[in-house]
Write a protein that binds this ligand. Structure first.
Ligand SMILES: NC(=O)c1ccc[n+]([C@@H]2O[C@H](COP(=O)([O-])OP(=O)(O)OC[C@H]3O[C@@H](n4cnc5c(N)ncnc54)[C@H](O)[C@@H]3O)[C@@H](O)[C@H]2O)c1
Length: 216
């Protein structure tokens, strides 16, 4: 353990389910000296601020990132709203934990990744499935060669329709929040992780569209 761990001034952008959870954990961490919260919904901001013992609460991520105490950030906004807060952090050179996915459009992801790399920023995407015992075991079997050379990975997910319906409420443009964005991005990450840095030559995905509309 480090004798003098860096004192953290943590900006949490997005105080929804995940922002609250991360904030509660951060509030108990001895290295975290200061917590700021940006949550655009004022009722939610008022409810979450005290729960995470926030020193500063605002509705604007721009205002939060300007605060001198901030030296790291968690981007926990909705999936299709990561890019603006990421850009604000890049501009100030703030290292980030970005909840998955990086962005919801390929060209945006590529642009953001390039800017993060050019700024030489420490930034990770929250692919938390990698910490689950079952995936760690699978990864170990790939890494040690117990499975032989891995040349094909398949993944299948069964997603509760209620999750999708709930997520579609967040946007007027449902194409930004597909099952791939919500859940498939985790599966893709695990597949690429198991492939140990190999570049896939072919990728395909299938989904099923219900013939009857979901109940209102
Ligand atoms: N790693 C995991 O297993 C896991 C699990 C669930 C969710 N997530 C990810 O976490 C992120 C958040 O998910 P959630 O379930 O907490 O969503 P949520 O809808 O509960 O919370 C998102 C919050 O962000 C706020 N927000 C949006 N844009 C903002 C901005 N610019 N400034 C301030 N506040 C803003 C919204 O008002 C909302 O309260 C998503 O990217 C999601 O995919 C990851």
């Amino acid at each position: 353990m480090k004798r003098n761990p860096k004192r953290l001034g943590l900006a949490i952008i997005g105080g929804g389910r995940v922002g609250l959870f991360r904030g509660e954990v951060a509030a108990r961490h001895p290295s975290v000296e200061w917590i700021g919260l940006a949550e655009k919904n004022p009722n939610r901001a008022g409810a979450v601020g005290p729960k995470i013992d926030a020193d500063f609460v605002t509705q604007s991520h721009v205002e939060l990132i300007k605060r001198p105490a901030v030296n790291c950030a968690i981007i926990a906004t909705d999936e299709h709203l990561h890019v603006d807060p990421i850009m604000a952090c890049i501009e100030r050179g703030i290292p980030m934990l970005i909840e998955k996915p990086l962005a919801t459009r390929l060209e945006e992801s590529a642009r953001v990744l390039k800017l993060i790399q050019e700024a030489k920023l420490d930034a990770v995407v929250g692919y938390t499935q990698r910490f689950r015992r079952r995936w760690l075991a699978a990864k170990e079997k790939c890494r040690t060669g117990a499975l032989g050379e891995v040349t094909l990975v398949t993944s299948r997910a069964f997603m509760n329709r209620l999750v999708a319906i709930d997520n579609y409420k967040r946007t007027d443009d449902p194409s930004t929040i597909s099952p791939m964005v919500i859940s498939g991005t985790h599966a893709l990450d695990i597949c690429l992780w198991c492939l140990e840095g190999k570049t896939p030559v072919e990728v395909y995905a299938r989904s099923i569209r219900a013939s009857t509309p979901p109940p209102a």
